[in-house]
Design a protein around this ligand. Structure first.
Ligand code: AP5
Ligand code: MG
Ligand code: ZN
Length: 215
């Protein structure tokens, strides 16, 4: 199964993607994670991306389109993939259509995680991630069972994203409204869009996703 998880910053794309990966044997393809890895590596691409990401703006289409196209060609994606944070502009959506057609692949669903914007700043400013395994947490909504220890791998080091501050979040939301939300009609026209209520708690959102994808 190949799907897109669509939703504003903090909607829960990454959180849910990790849960869906296991159940449906899909690989999570997060352009945000790929770009953060490039930033951490200090490569030229990473240095260029960092400035844009810290400002809460979108990196150039060609760059992420190339990244995704190469990643989809890797063998692990043959069993299915879950796009998290891509496509994010009309140009990216069109490029994805063309790339899938060329590779003989198709999308099974585009799932919109609906959220109220007011909740998102709190979600994003409270987020932290295990430095060893990447498991996601939240100061209020998703604390590790044992304080300071990752539930998943036992790691004790956690990181926070450079762009998870209120000012950058506002720009990211603006980019979502102006550039990403307008791609929904593109997928509605293809009859692919399904919605879940992203304001429910994390487990409840997962249950809604299972319901949609089990069909
Ligand atoms: P990206 O990494 O994609 O960030 P984003 O879209 O802003 O989304 P987030 O990762 O912040 O949110 P999420 O929906 O994954 O939420 P999460 O599950 O973590 O992109 C970052 C940047 O990279 C962009 O700004 C851009 O510069 C660049 N970029 C990336 N892709 C690009 C592209 N295609 N084109 C151009 N540029 C691109 O949840 C958030 C927190 O809330 C967590 O702490 C979690 O525990 C908690 N939480 C989750 N669900 C719930 C719930 N239901 N109730 C309560 N708390 C919850
Ligand atoms: Mg994410
Ligand atoms: Zn961990």
């Amino acid at each position: 199964m190949n799907i897109i998880l669509l939703g504003a910053p903090g909607a829960g794309k990454g959180t849910q993607a990790r849960r869906l990966e296991e159940r449906y044997q899909m690989v999570q393809l997060s352009t945000g994670d790929m770009l953060r890895a490039a930033v951490a590596s200090g490569s030229e691409l990473g240095q260029e991306a960092k400035v844009i990401m810290d400002a809460g703006q979108l990196v150039p289409d060609e760059l992420v389109i190339r990244m995704i196209s190469e990643r989809i060609d890797e063998p692990d994606c043959a069993k299915g993939f879950l796009l998290d944070g891509f496509p994010r502009t009309t140009a990216q959506a069109q490029a994805l259509d063309a790339m899938l057609a060329e590779k003989g692949l198709k999308l099974d669903a585009v799932i919109q995680i609906r959220v109220d914007e007011e909740a998102l700043v709190e979600r994003i400013t409270g987020r932290f991630t295990c430095a060893s395994c990447g498991a996601g947490y939240h100061d209020t909504f998703q604390r590790p069972a044992q304080e300071g220890v990752c539930d998943n791998c036992g790691g004790t080091e956690f990181t926070r994203r450079a762009d998870d501050n209120e000012k950058t979040v506002r720009s990211r939301m603006e980019a979502y409204r102006a550039q990403t939300a307008p791609i929904l009609p593109h997928y509605e026209a293809q009859g692919l869009v399904q919605e879940v209520d992203g304001m429910a708690d994390i487990d409840e959102v997962t249950a809604q996703l299972y319901k949609v994808l089990d069909r």
